[in-house]
Design a protein around this ligand. Structure first.
Ligand SMILES: Cc1cc2nc3c(=O)[nH]c(=O)nc-3n(C[C@H](O)[C@H](O)[C@H](O)COP(=O)(O)OP(=O)(O)OC[C@H]3O[C@@H](n4cnc5c(N)ncnc54)[C@H](O)[C@@H]3O)c2cc1C
Length: 365
C-alpha cells in the first residue's frame, strides 16, 4: 500500500509513523522546512483528565497507550507518565472535583480526590494556596518542540519513507495530491493533515471546523522539580469531564480570565523550565499582538499555587489549532475530499494527545 500524507505536524507524522510500521510506503509532504504550527507550540500534555466520558475518554486512553509504544521506539519524544493535579481553591471548585471523583468512569480515568496534605505528598512543589486537588495518574507529557522532529528522524532512516518539505499541496484529485512545483503524488490513499489551514482548496470541506488562538509562555528553569503537571480551577470550565451538576455553582470567573477564556496549565519541561498557558480566542481576525494582561494573570495564579516566585520568562508565543465547531458531532473532523483523499483535522486542544489514535483510525483496514 502507498500512502501520501500532506502536513508535517503531529497528526500527519503519526499517520506516517504507523503507516511505515504497517509496512506501507509513505510520501510525506510539508509546505514549511519542518513543522511550525500547533504541534510544536503546545504544552505537550497527554491529557486524559479532561476528556468527556465515553468515546472521547476512550480515544484519549488508546492514544496514551500508543504514545508509550511510540516512545519505546523513539525515546526523544520525551513521554513520561507524570500525572496531574487539578487544584481547587474554593469550596465550589472542591464540589466539582468531588463529583468527578465519584463518577462511574473515575477509575478508568485514573482520578482520585486528595486533600491538600495528600496532594503535597504527590507534588511537594505546590507550596501555595489550594485546599484539595484531583490527582490523575493517567495524564502524561511529551516534549512538543522535539517530538515531531524525533519521530521524523526515526522515519527518515526507513527506506519506505520519503520526506518532501518545502512543497505546498495546491490541488487534489482521485488518489492524488499535486504540489506547487506541479508534481503529482499518487497513493492508494492520500491523507490531508493540514491542521488549521481551512482555506484555499479546503474551504469547501472545512465548514464544520473553526480556528482557536492561544497565548503561551515558557520560563527559565525552575529551581524545584514538579513531579506532576497542574491546572487551576478555571480549567473546570473548559474540559468536558467537569461538566457535572456542581459546575453551575462556580460563579463568575475573574474578569481578565473571562475576557480571554483562560485557564492555568503548567507543565515542567525536561530541562526544568515551565510551560504556562493559556488563553482562547475564537473570533477572527485574530490579534497579531501578544497581549500582556492575560500573561500577568497566568503568572500571578501560578505563583499563588506554587507559593514561590517564578524565574524570568524566556519566551512567549501564540498558536492556532483547528477545532470542531460547537454542537458538531464526532471527536474530530474526518471528511472525504475526493475518491481516495481524506481530510483529518479539528482535534482541537487534544490533538497532541489523540494524534496516534486518530492515525490508527485512518489506517484501520
Ligand atoms: C498553544 C497550544 C497548546 C496546545 N496544547 C495541547 C496539549 O497540551 N495537548 C494536546 O493534546 N493538544 C494541545 N494542543 C492542540 C494540538 O497542538 C493540535 O491539535 C495539534 O498539534 C494539531 O496537529 P496537526 O498536525 O493537525 O496540525 P499542525 O501542527 O498545524 O500541522 C499541520 C501542518 O500542515 C502543513 N500544511 C498545511 N497546509 C499544507 C499544504 N497545503 N501543503 C503542505 N503542507 C501543509 C502546515 O505547514 C503544518 O505544518 C494545543 C494547541 C495549541 C495551539
Amino acid at each position: 500500500m502507498n500512502i501520501v500524507v500532506v502536513g508535517g505536524g503531529i497528526v500527519g507524522t503519526m499517520h506516517a509513523f504507523f503507516a511505515v510500521q504497517r509496512g506501507f510506503r509513505v510520501t510525506h509532504i510539508e509546505r514549511e522546512d519542518e513543522a511550525r504550527g500547533a504541534s510544536v507550540r503546545n504544552f505537550g500534555l497527554v491529557w486524559i483528565s479532561g476528556r468527556a466520558p465515553g468515546g472521547d475518554l476512550e480515544l484519549a486512553l488508546r492514544a496514551r497507550h500508543l504514545w508509550e509504544k511510540v516512545a519505546a521506539d523513539v525515546p526523544d519524544v520525551g513521554f513520561r507518565p507524570n500525572g496531574s493535579l487539578t487544584v481547587a481553591r474554593t469550596s465550589a471548585e472542591v464540589a466539582v472535583l468531588e463529583e468527578v471523583a465519584r463518577a462511574p468512569e473515575a477509575d478508568r480515568r485514573g482520578v482520585r480526590l486528595l486533600d491538600r496534605r495528600e496532594a503535597q505528598r504527590v507534588n511537594p512543589a505546590l507550596h501555595g494556596e489550594f485546599s484539595a486537588a484531583l490527582h490523575c495518574v493517567q495524564d502524561g507529557a511529551v516534549e512538543p518542540r522535539k517530538a515531531v522532529r524525533a519521530i521524523q528522524t526515526w522515519l527518515r532512516r526507513r527506506e519506505t519513507y520519503t520526506w518532501l518539505p518545502g512543497r505546498e499541496v495546491v490541488a487534489v484529485s482521485d488518489h492524488a495530491a499535486t504540489d506547487d512545483r506541479g508534481e503529482t503524488h499518487r497513493g492508494d490513499r492520500v491523507v490531508l493533515t493540514t491542521g488549521a489551514w481551512h482555506r484555499g482548496m479546503l474551504a469547501r470541506h472545512t465548514a464544520g471546523v473553526r480556528r482557536v488562538r492561544l497565548q503561551m509562555l515558557e520560563t527559565e528553569p525552575y529551581g524545584e522539580t514538579l513531579t506532576t503537571s497542574f491546572a487551576d480551577g478555571d480549567s473546570l470550565r473548559y474540559y468536558p469531564a467537569f461538566d457535572v451538576p456542581a459546575l453551575k455553582g462556580l460563579g463568575a470567573q475573574a474578569l481578565i480570565a473571562r475576557q480571554h477564556h483562560m485557564q492555568l496549565l503548567v507543565v515542567q519541561r525536561l530541562d526544568g523550565s515551565l510551560t504556562i498557558g493559556d488563553t482562547h480566542a475564537y473570533d477572527e481576525p485574530f490579534d497579531f499582538d501578544l497581549d500582556e494582561q492575560p500573561y500577568a494573570h497566568l503568572l500571578a495564579t501560578a505563583e499563588q499555587i506554587l507559593g514561590r516566585r517564578l524565574p524570568p520568562v524566556r519566551r512567549r508565543w501564540a498558536g492556532v489549532y483547528s477545532q470542531l465547531r460547537p454542537g458538531a458531532s464526532g471527536l474530530y473532523h474526518r471528511t472525504t475530499v475526493a475518491p481516495g483523499v481524506v481530510l483529518v483535522t479539528g482535534p482541537g486542544g487534544r490533538g497532541m494527545t489523540c494524534s496516534p489514535a486518530i492515525a490508527e483510525e485512518t489506517l484501520a483496514p
